[in-house]
Design a protein around this ligand. Structure first.
Ligand SMILES: *Cc1c(COP(=O)(O)O)cnc(C)c1O
Length: 410
C-alpha cells in the first residue's frame, strides 16, 4: 500500500484516525466525500524538526504547495516568511495575516498590477528578469513607494536527482548568474531597497548528500555574486527542495544531517556574507505528509480478470496521485481502505476515479483488504500539490471539501 507516513493509526474498529478523529466522522462533519483532511499537528512537528536541525536559518513556507486558508493561517504564525508566486497568492498571504515585510514574491510573468499590489503592500519582489526590475522602479515611482527587490538567480547547477528541475541552463526562472551583479548595482542605483538573492536549485530531493552539495554551492555562489556586485545581500534564500517519500523504497530526508552540514558551512562562510541572514523555503516537506484525501467507493466491477474500485473522487482533485503531475512513469501513491485500516490485504485491485478518461487512476494493482460500495479509500501524501494543483473543473464532478484537524490554540 506504499509508504504511509507516520502519524496515522486505526481505532479499535479498524477506522483510520486523522489527528485523533475518525475518518468517517470527519466526512460526516465536512458533509460529504471527496474530502481533504490536513492534520496541523503533523505540520507543527515538521516545523519543530526543522527548527532543531537548522537553528540559524529562517524557515519560509512556499504557499503554492497548499494555500487552504485555515492551514495557511496556522502555518503563517509558526514560520518566518511566506513565499508566493502570483498576485492571487499575495491576496491569500495577506488575508492569512502574514507580515508583508516577510513575504517574498517570485515567479515569472508578474503583471504590472501584481507588481503594484506587491510594492504597495511592502512585499519583497524576487526579480525574475532585468525587465521586471525596471517595471518595478517605474511603478514604485508612480505610486510613491520604494520597491523592496531581491534577485532570483538562475544558478549553473541543480540539485542532483531532484524531481523537478528549475535551475541550470536556459530557464524561464531567475536571471543568469553572470548577469546578476550588474542587476544588483542597477537596483541600488535606482534607489530601490536591496533585499538579496533567491537561489532555488530544485525540488523533491531525498538524498542528503545532494542537498548538502547544492546548499554549499548556493552559499558559494551568493558570496561570489556579492563580491562581484560589491554589495552584501541582507538575505539569501537558499531554496529548499526537501522531498518526501512517495513510493516504496524511497527514504525520507535526513534533515538533521543536512542541517549539521549547512550550519557548518554558514559558520565558515565567506567574509562577503558575514552579516547576511539565510532562509530555506519549503512546501512539500512541510505539508505534504499532513494530508489525506478521502473518497468513497461508488462501484466495484470486474473487467477481463481485473477488479476495479470506482470512487467519487479522482484526478480532478489529486492530479499528482493519478501520475499526471510531472511523473515520467506512473507509480502508486500510498493508499488504504480507511474503514479497514491496518487489515491484511486480500486481493489486488485498481482504484480509479469517476472521470471518463483512462488517465483517472488513483492506484494500479494494489493489494488491499476487500472493499466495495460505501467504503472509504484514503490516498495519503495529499497535503501538498493536491487540490490547488488539480483540474477541479474538469468534468464538473462533485467538488472536493477540505478540513483541518489537530489545531491547537496558538
Ligand atoms: C515550488 C517552489 C517551492 C516549493 O517547492 P517544494 O518542492 O514544495 O518544497 C519553493 N521555491 C520555489 C521558487 C518554488 O517554485
Amino acid at each position: 500500500m506504499g509508504p504511509i507516513p507516520a502519524g496515522f493509526a486505526a481505532d479499535a474498529d479498524g477506522m483510520l484516525m486523522i489527528g485523533g478523529r475518525r475518518a468517517d466522522a470527519l466526512v460526516a462533519e465536512a458533509g460529504d466525500t471527496p474530502l481533504f483532511v490536513y492534520d496541523l499537528a503533523l505540520v507543527d512537528a515538521k516545523i519543530a524538526r526543522f527548527r532543531a536541525a537548522f537553528p540559524s536559518v529562517h524557515l519560509h513556507y512556499a504557499i503554492k504547495a497548499n494555500s487552504y486558508a485555515p492551514l495557511l493561517e496556522h502555518v503563517q504564525k509558526h514560520v518566518d516568511g511566506l513565499d508566493i508566486a502570483s498576485g492571487g497568492e499575495l491576496g491569500f498571504a495577506l488575508e492569512a495575516g502574514a507580515d508583508p515585510s516577510t513575504i517574498s514574491f517570485a515567479g515569472p510573468g508578474k503583471r504590472d498590477s501584481d507588481l503594484e499590489a506587491a510594492i504597495a503592500a511592502g512585499v519583497t519582489l524576487n526579480c525574475e528578469s532585468e525587465g521586471e526590475a525596471e517595471r518595478a522602479f517605474t511603478i514604485g515611482a508612480r505610486i510613491g513607494r520604494t520597491p523592496r527587490l531581491a534577485v532570483r538567480v538562475n544558478p549553473d547547477f541543480e540539485i542532483k536527482g531532484s524531481g523537478m528541475r528549475m535551475g541550470g541552463g536556459a530557464k524561464p526562472f531567475g536571471v543568469d548568474a553572470a548577469r546578476v551583479p550588474a542587476l544588483v548595482r542597477r537596483i541600488i542605483a535606482a534607489g530601490a531597497t536591496w533585499r538579496g538573492f533567491h537561489i532555488f536549485a530544485g525540488s523533491q530531493a531525498l538524498d542528503p548528500a545532494a542537498l548538502i552539495e547544492a546548499q554549499r554551492a548556493t552559499v558559494a555562489l551568493a558570496a561570489q555574486l556579492s563580491d562581484q556586485a560589491g554589495e552584501a545581500p541582507p538575505l539569501v534564500n537558499l531554496g529548499g527542495g526537501f522531498g518526501i517519500p512517495y513510493f516504496n523504497g524511497e527514504q525520507s530526508v535526513d534533515v538533521e544531517a543536512v542541517g549539521e552540514e549547512l550550519e557548518r558551512t554558514l559558520r565558515n562562510r565567506p567574509q562577503a556574507l558575514q552579516k547576511t541572514e539565510f532562509a530555506i523555503e519549503l512546501g512539500r516537506w512541510l505539508v505534504g505528509e499532513c494530508g489525506v484525501y478521502l473518497t468513497r467507493i461508488v462501484d466495484r466491477k470486474e473487467s477481463h480478470g481485473k477488479t476495479f474500485l470506482v470512487t467519487d473522487g479522482g484526478m480532478q482533485h489529486q492530479l499528482a496521485a493519478s501520475g499526471n503531475f510531472g511523473q515520467v512513469v506512473r507509480r502508486n501513491y500510498p493508499v488504504a481502505i480507511a474503514n479497514r485500516f491496518g487489515a491484511a490485504p486480500e486481493e489486488d485491485v485498481t482504484v480509479v476515479g469517476c472521470l471518463c478518461t483512462p488517465l483517472d487512476r488513483l492506484a494500479d494493482d494494489v493489494a488491499m483488504p476487500r472493499a466495495g460500495p460505501g467504503d472509504l479509500v484514503a490516498v495519503f501524501l495529499a497535503g501538498a500539490y493536491g487540490l490547488s494543483a488539480s483540474p477541479q473543473a474538469f468534468l464538473a464532478q462533485q467538488a472536493a471539501r477540505e478540513i483541518v484537524v489537530g489545531a491547537h490554540a496558538d
